[in-house]
Design a protein around this ligand. Structure first.
Ligand SMILES: [Zn+2]
Length: 107
């Protein structure tokens, strides 16, 4: 059986991919509110897959979830701290214990 390709244009495909990522992000937020963590994780995995395939950066959503275990940062389990020497914001994931550093802008 031959698969029908609806989208031929690559530009069009990128637009659809972006829309899908936005929908998945909304779904992840919604399921996070309902405390359905499996659905949240699955939607983040799908977001990553789509972004890889279509070469779309997830920079907008980069600080929404942990890079290592793909679980969104939760206010209850995640610990935030600042380092004055390195001028970074350290984010400790409550799920896997991985620390990420975000540089702080100079004031
Ligand atoms: Zn983690």
């Amino acid at each position: 059986m031959k698969r029908n390709r609806i989208v031929k244009n690559k530009k069009e495909q990128a637009v659809i991919a972006r829309a899908r990522i936005e929908i998945l992000y909304d779904l992840a937020l919604d399921s996070l509110k309902k405390k359905d963590f499996i659905l949240t994780k699955n939607s983040i995995i799908m977001m990553k897959k789509i972004s890889k395939k279509n070469k779309i950066s997830l920079k907008k959503y980069n600080w929404f979830f942990c890079k290592k275990c793909l679980v969104p940062y939760d206010a209850d389990t995640t610990k935030y701290s600042t380092n004055r020497h390195t001028k970074t914001l350290n984010i400790l994931c409550g799920n896997c214990g991985y620390t990420r550093k975000k540089p702080l802008n100079k004031v």
